[in-house]
Design a protein. Structure first.
Length: 245
């Protein structure tokens, strides 16, 4: 009887040990499955976070205000989808007075654009035609223009564009059209921005050579105006930067 009881105890112990081993194995497998699922979810989250964001290939909802440089971007179709108010020789002093002649022969003022539509972003590029004037006065007029745009388009983000450098040889001629003056003006215009409602966009890093002048392959013969190749590169860069504002 004692032998039989001992045998049953032994069998029971073996069964309990087997059940415990099975439970442990199942627990390990369950934990491995949970870990695998967690890794998969983490990898998916990481991939989602690191996936490149493709910027829009148009500038719809944007208005560009500027002089001959902006006109060059317009006529080379380098500002796809944008509305453009650009006039050769335009200055910050007469921007509200002059009218742009369109392809159909009609004339449109800045007010036509600011009061006739709603924009998400308004880009401004003026200054090269005012480079020989008192630059503090130029900056003051710029500030007034920003206020006008803000009043007309309260929901729009305003992007002030840095004036591009001129070619190094042109800068060395000794008149007002030199890169020292351009940088001085750009510094005063940058001071008008806050990085939130009024932002800064400087294309010079992609346009200048090692000497700090407009690259020869991007310059017209006058050394001041960009050429068609430059407008293409510059426009593509603006489109790529637009999503950042």
């Amino acid at each position: 009887m004692k032998k039989k009881r001992s045998y049953l105890i032994t069998v029971l112990s073996v069964v309990l040990a087997a059940l415990a081993l099975c439970a442990s194995s199942c627990s390990i497998e369950f934990e491995k499955k949970q870990e695998a699922e967690t890794v998969t979810e983490t990898e998916a989250d990481t991939e989602a976070q690191s996936a490149p964001v493709t910027p829009s290939d148009t500038l719809e909802g944007c208005l560009f205000i500027g002089d001959s440089r902006t006109e060059g971007l317009r006529v080379t179709n380098s500002l796809p989808g944008a509305d453009v108010f650009s006039i050769v020789g335009l200055t910050v002093f007469d921007v509200t007075e002059r009218e742009m002649v369109t392809g159909d022969g009609s004339s449109r003022s800045l007010d036509h654009f600011l009061s006739g539509g709603t924009y998400e972003k308004v880009y401004i590029l003026l200054g090269i035609n005012e480079i020989s004037a008192d630059l503090d006065t130029v900056a003051g007029a710029y500030s007034e223009l920003i206020s006008l745009v803000r009043k007309s388009q309260p929901g729009a983000k305003i992007i002030v564009q840095a004036n591009p450098h001129v070619a190094s040889w042109r800068s060395s001629l000794g008149d007002s059209y030199n890169n020292g003056n351009v940088d001085l003006l750009n510094g005063k215009l940058f001071a008008l921005t806050d990085g939130e409602d009024v932002c800064w966009l400087d294309a010079n890093p992609i346009l200048i050579d090692t000497e700090g002048g407009l690259k020869a392959e991007y310059s017209e013969e006058d050394g001041i105006h960009p050429n068609r190749s430059c407008y293409t590169v510059w426009g593509e860069w603006i489109v790529s930067q637009n999503a950042n504002f």
